[in-house]
Design a protein around this ligand. Structure first.
Ligand SMILES: [Zn+2]
Length: 467
């Protein structure tokens, strides 16, 4: 039995071209599931053929549309035929198209005209560029290349890890340029709406480290990442490699992009320890309010709380331990003096470990006291940035960068964290981070549409089954 796949091209209802795409042979009576339907390889072969036939017809039509001069209607002279290759998601397609000589009926020079010149600056179609960047964003470049080659009808060796990397970073570069030189980037076709002025902007900012390349003088790269909150609405993620002056210009562009101006109230939510708030302070005229991120206080407190019950068992007479569960409440409501005193009492109360206690428990007591000291020092050294978190929250302020934290996990750790075997160059990491932010904020497709206005905006196909 033979199945014929045939394509028919119609223009205004009239058939312009018909061609057979593939013939699939199967036994008249199938013996096993492996003979049912198309295999992956069959499917790849069919879409590859279909793609190349379709593009050939499209190029033919483009050539036909350019044959006559639009002004005098005379046939243009033909210069030659030139080949061109398009790399698409369904394989590389080679076409040939005529070059015409520009008709001078309205003056001007007799220059060459090539209908394919304006089609696309790059030989890689926007769709393939998107897919490469999307996969390069999601997984290690080498795995992305393997997966794409396995599933798509791409010629062997045409998509390597360097191809995926190059395209991912190209997109990152594009976003970088978009953020830093909006004037350069905006062209008439681009539909970008100006940001409305923001009343209140909160920048949640945090840092982490990734492994640096062997050629780097530093063994790790410092990543700054976070998220912007605009008038109570969570906005875009951001991430850069720290240590270059670029961070300041990025922060400035980011704040402006979110509608932050000299009248906006700006707050910075930071861990305090790393002084990242300084980046915001440097780029705006007003002095931002810095708030010690509740998330970091809460995380440190949790260690202590978790050990609380076992400490009460070991030290039943220490009164302060019994009130340990109220510590969080005190801190949340800005009763810092009381909280610190209670922590001090807990520390002193657990100083003398009973001799009957096993070494395992003695070790736990030691850990508990270390956590207490750590939190105590942390709060003291950041005391000017402490606040009444409960009240701030009731006033509608953001007081925890938990979103920034989970952003950090999504942005950096999953793809670039220490568990990944990759080493990063500062530039490669920075550009990939720009793509990761865009994907996390669901902006990748929107940004592609700014770049290619009809990207994924072609009419949906009419399936014969639905008809
Ligand atoms: Zn003419």
């Amino acid at each position: 039995m033979e199945f014929i796949v045939r394509v028919e091209a119609r223009l205004a209802g009239r058939v312009v071209k018909t061609c057979d795409v593939a013939t699939i042979a199967r036994p008249g009576v199938v013996m096993g599931g492996e003979e049912l339907g198309l295999s992956l390889e069959d499917g790849k072969e069919i879409v590859r053929e279909l793609q190349s036939r379709m593009i050939a017809v499209q190029v033919e039509m483009l050539e036909a549309a350019n044959t006559l001069c639009v002004h005098c209607g005379r046939r243009k002279h033909i210069k030659d035929r030139r080949p061109r290759q398009f790399r698409t998601v369904f394989g590389a397609v080679r076409v040939r198209c005529r070059r015409f000589i520009f008709c001078t009926c309205r003056g001007g020079n007799a220059r060459n005209e090539w209908p394919l010149r304006h089609l696309s600056r790059s030989s890689t179609t926007p769709e393939l560029r998107y897919i490469l960047a999307k996969f390069g964003n999601d997984m290690p470049y080498r795995r992305a290349a393997q997966l794409l080659t396995e599933l798509l009808p791409l010629p062997n060796g045409s998509v390597s890890h360097t191809t995926v990397r190059r395209h991912t970073l190209l997109v990152g570069e594009r976003f970088d340029q978009r953020a830093l030189d909006p004037d350069e980037y905006d062209w008439p076709e681009c539909q970008r709406e100006p940001a409305l002025p923001a009343r209140r902007v909160t920048v949640a900012i945090d840092g982490t480290y990734i492994r640096a390349g062997l050629d780097s003088w530093n063994r790790q790269l410092h990543v700054i990442a976070g998220r912007i909150d605009r008038d109570g609405q969570l906005g875009s993620h951001f991430a850069w490699i720290a240590g270059d002056s670029v961070a300041s210009s990025h922060m400035k562009a980011l704040l402006e992009g979110q509608g932050c101006n000299s009248n906006s109230m700006v707050a910075v939510l930071a861990d305090g320890a790393d002084g990242l708030g300084g980046i915001v302070r440097r780029v705006i005229p007003q002095t931002p309010r810095t708030i010690l991120d509740w998330f970091h206080v809460s995380m440190r407190l949790r260690h202590i709380e978790q050990m609380g019950p076992s400490m009460i068992e070991l030290f039943p007479d220490v009164e302060a331990l019994g009130k340990l569960s109220r510590l969080r409440h005190k801190m949340w409501n800005g009763q810092w003096r009381g909280a610190l005193l209670r922590m001090r009492d807990c520390y002193h109360g657990t100083g003398l470990v009973p001799t009957t206690v096993t070494s395992f428990h003695a070790e736990r007591v030691k850990r508990f006291r270390r956590h207490l000291i750590d939190l105590f020092d942390y709060l003291i050294s950041n005391q000017q940035n402490l606040t009444n978190y409960g009240k701030a929250r009731r006033d509608g302020l953001r007081i925890s960068s938990a979103p920034a934290e989970s952003g950090m996990n999504h942005l950096v750790n999953q793809r670039m964290g220490k568990r990944q075997p990759m080493r990063w160059s500062a530039e490669g990491a920075h550009l990939l981070l720009q793509v990761r932010c865009a994907v996390l904020d669901h902006r990748l497709e929107v940004l592609f549409r700014e770049w290619f206005p009809r990207f994924r905006a072609t009419p949906p196909i009419t399936s014969a089954l639905a008809a």
